[in-house]
Design a protein around this ligand. Structure first.
Ligand SMILES: NC(=O)c1ccc[n+]([C@@H]2O[C@H](COP(=O)([O-])OP(=O)(O)OC[C@H]3O[C@@H](n4cnc5c(N)ncnc54)[C@H](O)[C@@H]3O)[C@@H](O)[C@H]2O)c1
Length: 348
């Protein structure tokens, strides 16, 4: 019989309720051991729905010998502490993005991963989306020739509409809990994606960022950026641009365009076709391989299935601790670049 991985979920908010809990529930190799949330009522209600025990503290999870793994789905400020303690207690960890508040924290997480011998996976789900897997395959087959430039967008109406505790007092708007604004929230996804699509790390970055519209519960502009534009050069020489925004009050934009010597690849450039290749001779090739989640329309992420499979099969997951760390290094350097007003090399 297939071994069952018992998982405790830390933080029972939007991402736990929309992805982690239903996807563990649907995975025959996983069993939900329980939920810990500082909102005890929320944890109890989720356990009534999914089974398992409403844990009263993190210690209770770490001391529970029947728990094999944890999902860290609580605010960013908790990621490093919860992940490190879980790894030290011998649990596999699936930690949501951004990995941590600083590189100092993410380095300690990598060290704990190494010493524990357990898996540390990051919730960078974009590289598991079927269209992105197909795009990776096509790019490596040379479908659009030599890569010349990339442009990625991730723009929606903001996390105050997504969080389980919706509203302008959301933790996403608090520097001490989120540390990063839209860069850490949406930037993390596309930065990891371009690393995956091009099999290259980002070499340097120039960023401009601003707070255009978001207000906290007192009506004051938030202390974090709600828009960021980054120029990048990859280590393989490829340049590109990304725009991350929490002030797109129209349809969510999660598209990427890759320009090559033989044509252009548009991924989620429209909502009818997932990938369109516009070739230099005017022809078009369309691939429909599955759409992308939006805040309003959630699809299975594949992250949970990959996490469980990696544990059952005794291998490392597709999205590793180092992917979270290297993505965080780009985010941190991008923020420094915006403050300094100059290009900066990424120090991993
Ligand atoms: N991979 C993705 O696409 C994706 C999408 C959204 C959010 N996220 C990430 O997931 C994490 C959670 O975001 P969310 O959208 O679910 O937020 P949320 O506000 O909806 O939920 C956060 C939950 O954590 C609980 N909580 C707060 N402090 C806690 C603590 N110390 N210990 C345990 N629980 C605590 C809250 O009560 C709440 O239930 C964030 O790091 C976020 O960046 C990832």
């Amino acid at each position: 019989m297939k071994p069952v991985v018992r998982v405790a979920v830390i933080g029972g908010g939007a991402i736990a309720q929309r992805r982690h809990l239903p996807e563990y529930d649907a995975n025959p190799g996983a069993q939900i051991a329980g939920v810990f949330d500082t909102d005890e009522k929320r944890a109890r209600e989720l356990c009534e729905q999914y089974g398992g025990h409403a844990y009263g503290s993190l210690e209770e999870i770490f001391e529970d010998g029947s728990v094999d793994a944890v999902s860290v789905c609580s605010p960013n400020v908790t990621h490093a502490d919860a992940s490190i303690r879980a790894l030290r207690a011998g649990k596999h960890v699936l930690c949501e993005k951004p990995m941590a508040l600083s590189l100092e924290e993410s380095r300690r997480m990598l060290e704990a991963e190494k010493q524990s011998g357990k898996n540390l996976m990051l919730g960078h789900n974009q590289r598991l989306i079927r269209a992105h897997l197909k795009a990776h395959e096509l790019l490596h087959q040379g479908a659009i020739g030599r890569l010349l430039f990339f442009q990625c967008n991730f723009k929606h109406s903001g996390p105050e509409n997504w969080s389980i505790d919706a509203g302008n007092n959301t933790w996403f708007f608090k520097k001490d809990q989120a540390n990063f604004g839209v860069m850490g929230d949406l930037g993390a996804h596309k930065i990891d994606l371009i690393r995956f699509l091009t099999d290259s790390e980002i070499k340097n970055v120039f960023t401009t960022m601003t707070t255009l519209d978001k207000r906290d519960e007192t009506g004051e502009p938030i202390a974090l950026e709600d828009n960021a534009v980054c120029l990048f050069n990859m280590e393989n020489g490829l340049p590109g641009i990304m725009h991350f925004s929490w002030t797109n009050y129209g349809a969510e934009d999660n598209g990427s365009t890759i320009y090559g010597s033989k044509g252009v690849m548009k991924i989620f450039g429209d909502y009818a076709d997932d990938i369109v290749l516009e070739m230099r001779d005017g022809t078009q090739v369309k691939y429909t391989v599955g759409s992308i989640s939006t805040n309003q329309h959630q699809l299975k992420s594949g992250v949970i299935d990959e996490f469980i499979a990696s544990i059952v099969e005794g291998r490392r997951p597709i999205v590793k601790g180092i992917d979270g760390h290297n993505t965080l290094a780009v985010i941190e350097t991008a923020m420094m670049s915006a403050r300094a007003g100059t290009w900066m090399d990424i120090e991993y």
